[in-house]
Write a protein that binds this ligand. Structure first.
Ligand SMILES: *Cc1c(COP(=O)(O)O)cnc(C)c1O
Length: 232
């Protein structure tokens, strides 16, 4: 029985709020996204019944199956690599896409959003750790995407996202999260585009991310438990 989910959710919620308060920030300034990838719809429902609204998925097919089976009140966040032949399906269900990492993808999503009457919230994923991470745009590429965002009238570019390497230590994490925040501050000013959201922080590093300004933490393991990839 997934009873542990409600308890772990409560614990994480409280830790997120405490981290915000210790950083001198309002507790409600950080949104908790429960990353439910690989876990069954039943587990998501348990979290919904415990008051959780936002969930993160990283595969189009899995998102579709779960969204079709679960309450419409759920706010879905797509956090995985967007394959070009899957972007239309993702758009159908996701309110937020955290992982837009090329100009080509940005313009395709904008066109498809126009065709389907959707208005997705978009975050630009930036790779700040060089070769050690496979996904994410370079800083230059991301700036070009932001310049193009003004013409993408069917979507809202709302901020930036980054994933540090799995083996990053505390100073490296601080540096990566802090760099993302500074880029956001710079670009917001330079292009006069509001970029309120910083999607950064997972189970093992969310307190550091919140100290550096995160507004969206994507937490899976600490809520749902260890993932069994063989079963998915
Ligand atoms: C799986 C995943 C997470 C959650 O990671 P945990 O360590 O389980 O909290 C967060 N962000 C992305 C992009 C992911 O793919």
């Amino acid at each position: 029985m997934p009873n542990h989910i409600a308890a772990q959710l409560e614990e994480i919620r409280s830790k997120v709020q405490q981290s915000a308060l210790s950083a001198g920030r309002a507790p409600e300034s950080v949104k908790l996204i429960a990353v439910s990838k690989t876990f069954p719809a039943q587990d998501i429902l348990t979290a919904v019944n415990a008051g959780q609204i936002s969930f993160g998925e990283n595969k189009a097919q899995e998102l579709e199956q779960k969204a079709a089976a679960l309450p419409e009140s759920i706010e879905w966040h797509f956090i995985g690599h967007v394959q070009s032949n899957k972007s239309a399906k993702i758009l159908q269900y996701a309110n937020w896409i955290h992982s837009v990492d090329s100009l080509k993808l940005l313009t395709r999503i904008n066109r498809q959003a126009g065709e389907s009457g959707k208005h997705p919230n978009i975050l630009l994923e930036i790779n700040l750790s060089g070769e050690s991470s496979k996904t994410g745009a370079t800083v230059d590429e991301a700036e070009k995407m932001l310049q193009a965002a003004a013409e993408c009238s069917y979507l809202r570019v709302a901020g930036l996202m980054s994933m540090p390497p799995l083996d990053a230590n505390e100073p490296e994490l601080r540096s990566i999260f802090g760099t993302l925040r500074k880029l956001r501050d710079q670009w917001q000013k330079k292009y006069q585009i509001p970029l309120p959201e910083l999607s950064m922080g997972m189970s093992n590093d969310f307190t550091t991310a919140i100290a550096e300004g995160s507004t969206m933490v994507r937490i899976g393991t600490a809520i749902f438990g260890k993932r069994d990839y063989d079963q998915s």
